[in-house]
Design a protein around this ligand. Structure first.
Ligand code: CAA
Length: 260
């Protein structure tokens, strides 16, 4: 197993648990974290034995309190443009084809909230707090927050949060559709791993296709999305796992998946 400087990676059966591990900086996201996460997510995506991933933060206080302000503070403006700063989150994390869950254990602010929203869904601890407070730093979301938050909770709340920098607690986040479920902090990782194990027990190609279909709803028109759904369905019906899944149902036994 690879050792990383800023994250911990553990595997249990078909589930990978990744923990952001800079608790002294409330797991702030710097270039090293991005490089480590990109490598870990890339390895997960390529490893046939791994079928779901959970991302959480070390410590009880924060999932991630944002992009690393200390790294950005003295960075020349031109470098943000020339390095296309933040693009690596798209290529290294969002591009992951297999399912993954964010288990948000505390503050998810700025880039931390944006990272959580890159996940297929969020399970939040009752102590979680979400926000896009970049305006207070003279900037704005830079890792997709203005787009993903608006799609998740609608214009009124997204606008209010980004313009005031106020935080949303776990209950409001659940009511607003930002998170799938809220659980007590002390059972957060256990609950997320249990959910991940359920996903990992499903036919893996079907899991990838379900993920791709739902993400398509954010990328295209309804008519085009429905055509894409139908085409992806037509690909799945040719898989060995489809034959097995339907046979297993008829024979009243659990399916045994080949992943093809
Ligand atoms: N970057 C770098 N360091 C951070 C950080 C961040 N985003 N957030 C917290 N830290 C550090 C603090 O500097 C502090 O370090 P020191 O002990 O060395 O001083 C340590 O983590 C603990 O933080 P606090 O002492 O501030 O803890 P607190 O309990 O008093 O407050 C908090 C907690 C409200 C989350 C506060 O830390 C905070 O407001 N953090 C910044 C939140 C923020 O503005 N995030 C957006 C960043 S910009 C961004 O993310 C851009 C983008 O869209 C991609």
């Amino acid at each position: 197993m690879t050792d990383y400087a800023t994250i911990l990676v553990e595997r249990s059966g078909a589930v990978t648990l990744v923990t952001l591990n800079r608790p002294q900086a409330l797991n702030a996201l710097n270039s090293d974290v991005l490089a480590d996460l990109s490598a870990a997510f890339g390895a997960y995506d390529k490893d046939d034995s791994q079928r779901c991933l959970v991302l959480t933060g070390a410590g009880e206080k924060a999932f991630a309190a944002g992009a690393d302000i200390k790294q950005m503070a003295d960075m020349p403006a031109a470098d943000f443009f020339l390095q296309d700063f933040f693009v690596g989150w798209q290529t290294g994390v969002v591009a992951t084809r297999k399912p993954w869950i964010a288990a948000v254990n505390g503050f998810a602010l700025g880039g931390g909230c944006e990272l959580a929203m890159m996940a297929d869904f969020i399970i939040a601890a009752d102590s979680a707090k979400f926000g896009q407070p970049e305006i207070k730093l003279g900037v704005a979301p830079g890792m997709g927050g203005s787009q993903r938050l608006t799609r998740a909770i609608g214009k009124a709340k997204a606008m209010e949060m980004c313009l005031t920098g106020r935080m949303m607690d776990a209950g409001e986040a659940e009511r607003s559709g930002l998170v799938a479920r809220v659980v007590p902090l002390d059972s957060l990782v256990e609950e997320a791993l249990k959910t991940a194990a359920t996903i990992a027990s499903m036919p893996p190609m079907a899991a990838m296709v379900n993920k791709e279909m739902i993400n398509m709803a954010f990328e295209t028109t309804l008519a085009q999305g429905i055509v894409t759904e139908r085409r992806l369905f037509q690909i799945l019906v040719n898989t060995e796992d489809k034959a097995e899944g339907m046979a297993a149902f008829i024979e009243k036994r659990p399916g045994v998946w080949k992943g093809r």
